[in-house]
Design a protein around this ligand. Structure first.
Ligand code: UFG
Length: 327
């Protein structure tokens, strides 16, 4: 089976590509390399293209005759989306529609889509269920939710199937040590904490210590990137075998505060990690924890790396061996 992976050179995309190849799938990565790394996808076909180039996207689908798409290509920073809603809607919604239209024109019926916990906004209940209200607090979450809705109507009208995976906080790296998380700029907690452990940064800022949580810092549900990769493949298989569409949360169902993450990182790295308490970061909900019961039951997904020490150790292996990322 041949899979097109837009955004396959990015963090989550490249880990999923390795897993697809290991399980015998043929893979074509499509990436504009604005954020992705060519070196992260050495073992499969690669086409450099932007989803906003509608004609090129259509030609790629025509040429490669893929059976399904796993779609990661998107802008994904909450803060940036507040300042540039225009580029978020253009890239994530218009670009995504170009992809869907090219799929339609070339009779490709299956798509797995990277969505986010940001579709829920400030949750009413913890853990969050897929049926809970979706009221995004930022343009990033809104663009992902919009695309989810578009896929639903494309299914009705054009008989296309989708699997939406709403990720919580993704971390960790592939066990080979060859690929890992490398964003520029980096904004995520775990890589920044580990850069501080390495001495690349002097200290890590703790955004807000007055939240209504046990230690006053935000609580998140961290999931290992390879468990996420596994979920994409299970979702793909279920969609193609049973011609089903669905929406699933992906997290471990357990929350860790910012302070707890820093403590675990101190333990894993054996280094001192200096912290500086600062104001809250705009748009951060206090607590985000997923219920992943639906995917555990429906697709028999079982996270292998749910322990937070294991997740941070695997990220540490990547960062300590590649302090400058992909060079
Ligand atoms: N944090 C700090 N200091 C930092 C960086 C982060 O204290 O230097 C805190 C944040 O305030 C937050 C937690 O660490 O409470 C985690 O922050 P991340 O930036 O690592 O992740 P987010 O929870 O903001 O983002 C994740 C996904 C997004 C998704 C969002 C939904 O990465 O794609 O959850 O809210 F949109």
């Amino acid at each position: 089976m041949k899979i097109l992976v837009p955004g396959g050179a990015g963090y989550i995309g490249s880990h999923t590509v390795i897993e697809l190849l290991e399980r015998g799938y043929e893979v074509v990565v499509l990436d504009n390399l604005q954020k992705g790394h060519r070196k992260a996808v050495n073992d499969c076909e690669f086409v450099q293209a932007d989803l906003l180039d509608k004609e090129k996207v259509n030609n790629i689908l025509k040429q490669h005759k893929v059976d399904a798409v796993i779609h990661f290509a998107a802008n994904s920073l909450v803060g940036e989306s507040m300042e540039r809603p225009d580029s978020y809607f253009r890239n994530n919604v218009v670009g995504g529609m170009n992809l869907l239209d090219a799929m339609r024109a070339n009779d490709v019926k299956y798509i797995v889509f990277s969505s986010t916990a940001a579709t829920y906004g400030e949750p009413e209940n913890i853990p969050i269920l897929e049926t809970d209200p979706t009221i995004p607090k930022n343009p990033y979450g809104e663009t992902k939710l919009t695309f989810e809705k578009i896929m639903k109507w494309y299914q009705e009208a054009f008989n296309m199937n989708f699997m939406t995976l709403r990720y919580f906080n993704v971390a960790g790296a592939h066990s080979s040590g060859k690929i890992g998380e490398d964003h520029d700029p980096e904004t995520h907690l775990i890589p920044l904490v580990l850069k501080t452990a390495l001495g690349i940064m002097d200290s890590i800022k703790v955004f807000g210590t007055d939240y209504d949580t046990e230690d006053g810092t935000c609580v998140r549900d961290y999931i290992h990137v390879m468990d996420l990769a596994d979920a994409h493949i299970l979702a793909l298989q279920d969609m193609v075998t049973n011609r089903k569409s669905n929406v699933y949360n992906l997290g471990n169902g357990k929350g860790f505060s910012v302070k707890q993450i820093i403590d675990v990182a101190r333990e894993v790295t054996g280094r001192e990690i200096k912290t500086v308490n600062t104001d809250r970061r705009a748009g951060d909900p206090a607590v985000l924890i997923a219920s992943s019961d639906k995917i555990q039951e429906g697709l028999k997904w079982k996270p292998k790396f749910h322990d937070i020490n294991t997740i941070i150790s695997s990220a540490w292996k990547w960062h300590s061996n590649n302090p400058d990322g992909f060079v």
